[in-house]
Structures are given as C-alpha cells and as structure tokens.
Design a protein. Structure first.
Length: 451
C-alpha cells in the first residue's frame, strides 16, 4: 500500500518554535518495511489545508495516518489550542478522500483516545501509545482490527479497544531513517531536531504523563547506537544541532556520561540540549556534557520552596536549585552555556510566602541570566492518569466529571491547576507575569536596536 503519514497542524505558520522535525513519524515510517511511505508535516506550510489536499491528490495514498502530538501548548497565559486544528485536518482528509481509511495516533491522541474516537467519528482506527509495532501490524489486518493489540476501532457504531500491548525495547526497532523528510527544512537551532536515547520515566512527579505514555521502566538505547545516529546526521545530512527528547537525559548518569564521552571520542562538532534532573547534575557531569557540545541546559524543578517541591514529589530542595543556579553564574566553564529553569506558580502546598519567593526569583534570575538563560513560570496543565488530577478533584478545584479534553480555548483555561487557597490571586498573578514578559520583550528590542 501507499501510506501517507501526516503531522497535525499546530496553528501558526510564523513561529519557528512550532517547526519541529517529526521524529515520531520518521521512526514509525522506518518500521513500515513492506509498504511505500510518505510524510507530510503541515507545520511547514502557510496554507496547511491546501498542502494536505495537494499531497493526497498527487500521492494517491491507500491509507492516511495522522499524528496528534499535542492538544495545546500547556501555557496558561499565551494559550494555543491545537486540537481544533486537528479536527479541521480530519475533516479535510475525509472531504478530499472520503473512502480512505484514516488512522490516528500520537501522544496527544493516546491521552484522550476513547474521547477523541467518540468526538471524531471520521476516524476509523486509533493507535494507542507506541505505534512502531502496532501500526504495521494493523496495516496487515485492516479487515480484522480486533486481532491487533493497542487498537481503537468501530464496531456496530460503538468504539472498541483491543487492549494494551507490551512495550518494546527501543533497540529492537528498525533504525531511524532520516531521509523520510528533509531536516534542512527546519530551523537551525538546538530544539528543532530530536534524538532519542531512552524511553520511560521512573520518577513520580504528580503532574507528569510520561510514566503513562511510555512506561515507568526506563528503556535505554545502547550509547554507541545513539552516537551512530548522531554521526550520520552530522556527516550525511549536515545537521549538528539537536535536542535529546528523553523525559530526563541525565538519569541514569552513567548512561548519559557514556553518550557524552562517545561524542568527544568521535570528534563530533555538535551543539545539543536536553532536560536534566538537578539530582544527577554533578559538576563533573555538567563539565563533561559541556565539553561534548551541550549548550542548552534545561532544568524543570517546577517548585522553588521546600513545601511546593515536596508536594510535587520532585526529590530536591530549594537549596539544590540555588546551588545549580549559582554554579551556572560563577563557574568559568559553564558561564557561556544557556540555562533554563522552568517553575510552576501555584502547585499544591504553595502558600503566599512561597508564591512571593517564586515571583521574586523569576524577576531577579531573568535579570541576572539576561542573554544566556531564562526562568519561565506557568501553571500545571491537568492531564488524565496523573496524581494532580486526583488532587484537583479532592480539593474541589475540579469536578470528577469535568473533561480534560477542552473543546474551545476558553475551556482550556479550566484545565490548569491553581491551589484553591490562592486562586483568588490568579488575576493578579496573570497580570504580574504578563507585565514582566512585556518589560523583558521591550528591553530585548532596545538591546537589539542598540546592537
């Protein structure tokens, strides 16, 4: 068959941040060995609907698969609601090729699989969680989907599910073929191109969906295979900037160290970034990572005070955060790296004093790191299968039957968690953060004009 894999549109054609190489679809395509496959990333086009129609009419696929990576951007202040564009894309596909089987998957879909299947009756099949084994098997069993584990399908007007599939070790999958889509079409920055060194997360952060989406057992790739992939990107495709898409890169630390050492050993001139856990960010490891080309150090402590950190189950203290922060300000070998700290403003156990400390750190650290780092603030986006969802219901912040899959941008606002005792301050906090962001933007424009 001829298979067209589509990366769902994220709604803005003027933002480079949304032009992210579709690693998930490329890895899936690499596992489809007995069919012809073509990938279409709608985020590369100014008119995605026209691009999609042209792709369907010219390629004439026998089946279309759509990846829904994100429902929204999880930003309460500058919210972007991607799900509505996904629905429009589904409608367009059925308009252009009404007879074509339509399969949907991706992380965003898997979080709300049954609800989306009921919401969009144009979808014929849904692939739940990891697709590299499930999707190719479905292609060979379209008339008998109930025989394939990990599939949502329709029977007599009802949505049925075949049950969960056992997850695979990553190195047992086919190697990634990067030639399915041109990497040069994506912005030349660290966060555009993804590389995967592991899957799964064994931590227990109360808001995180990674243990649900990829399991709570960490599945490591062999470091030499990871570096083989990077070396091919550099030497064959001229790509030397990338980000590791792992939930946490530096755990286990010895695995991450092997990858860094192998980059140095092979003499690869690369620049890369990852999300790191502060607990495993020893000075020796940070310096090793920096020597191997690590330029964007991204930490997500989420809380700042001991109370909020404990409630989030982060396993660190306020002093741990400040130690790492000072390290990047004072160590000569780290002072030229870009460092990011992501914080949550109103998590469980937050009190007024903790909120004020967080806002103060947000201002002062952004001033101190200007030009070589930043601190971001946000609220928890409540998602299915997370402990924060149960906390929100128990505390009265959300009702048990409230949907976490919004239908409108306004509905999206109701899926962010605010500690009930501080909820009355929401309007002030939002105004404060917007004001700080506006001042930062104004200062940046002034500096650009000066340069």
């Amino acid at each position: 068959m001829k298979i067209l894999l589509v990366q769902s549109f994220l709604g803005r054609d003027d933002l480079d941040d949304l032009k992210v190489y579709p690693l998930g679809l490329v890895r899936l395509a690499s596992c489809i060995t007995n069919h012809d496959v073509q990938i279409c990333d709608l985020n590369l086009y100014k008119d995605p609907q026209a691009a999609l129609e042209k792709e369907i009419l010219e390629y004439q696929p026998d089946l279309i698969g759509v990846s829904l990576r994100n429902i929204d951007n999880q930003d309460r202040i500058n919210s972007e609601f991607y799900y509505k564009y996904f629905v429009e894309i589904i409608q367009k596909i059925k308009e252009v090729g009404p007879e074509l089987p339509l399969v949907v998957g991706g992380m965003g879909f898997s979080l709300f699989a049954h609800e989306i299947m009921k919401d969009c009756d144009a979808i014929d099949f849904g692939v739940y969680l990891e697709a590299e084994e499930t999707f190719p098997e479905l292609l060979n069993n379209l008339e008998n989907p109930e025989s394939v584990k990990g599939i949502y399908y329709r029977k007599n007007g009802a949505v049925e599910f075949t049950g969960r599939r056992k997850i695979k070790e990553i190195d047992s999958l086919e190697p990634v073929r990067r030639d399915y889509i041109d990497m040069s079409l994506y912005p030349s920055r660290v966060t555009s191109i993804g590389v995967e060194s592991k899957r799964g997360c064994s931590f227990n952060c109360i808001y995180c969906n990674y243990p649900f989406l990829s399991g709570n057992r960490i599945r490591l790739r062999k470091p030499e295979k990871v570096i083989d992939e990077i070396e091919e990107m550099v030497k064959k495709y001229g790509i030397n900037k990338f980000i590791f898409v792992d939930p946490i890169f530096n755990f286990p630390e010895d695995h991450a160290s092997e990858i860094c050492s192998e980059i140095i050993k092979r003499g690869l001139n690369v620049k890369w970034g990852v999300y790191m856990d502060i607990r495993y960010a020893s000075l020796n490891f940070l310096l090793l990572a920096r020597s191997s080309g690590y330029t964007d150090f991204i930490f997500s402590p989420d809380g700042l005070t001991d109370n909020s950190l404990k409630s989030l189950k982060k396993g660190i203290t306020e002093n741990d955060i400040k130690t790492i922060y000072r390290l990047f300000k004072t160590n000569e070998k780290l002072k030229d790296a870009f460092v990011v700290f992501d914080l949550l403003l109103n998590p469980p156990a937050q009190d007024l004093r903790g909120l004020m400390k967080t806002l103060w750190f947000y201002i002062m650290a952004n001033l101190s790191l200007r030009g070589r780092g930043r601190v971001t603030v946000n609220w928890i986006r409540i998602e299915p299968g997370t402990e924060i969802h149960k906390i929100a219901i128990a505390s009265g912040a959300m009702k048990e039957n409230d949907s976490l899959l919004p239908k409108t941008l306004k509905d999206l606002q109701n899926t962010f968690y605010s500690h009930p005792s501080l909820k009355k301050l929401d309007a002030f906090i939002i105004f404060f953060v917007k004001t700080v962001k506006a001042i930062k933007k104004y200062i940046s424009l002034l500096l650009m004009k000066k340069d």
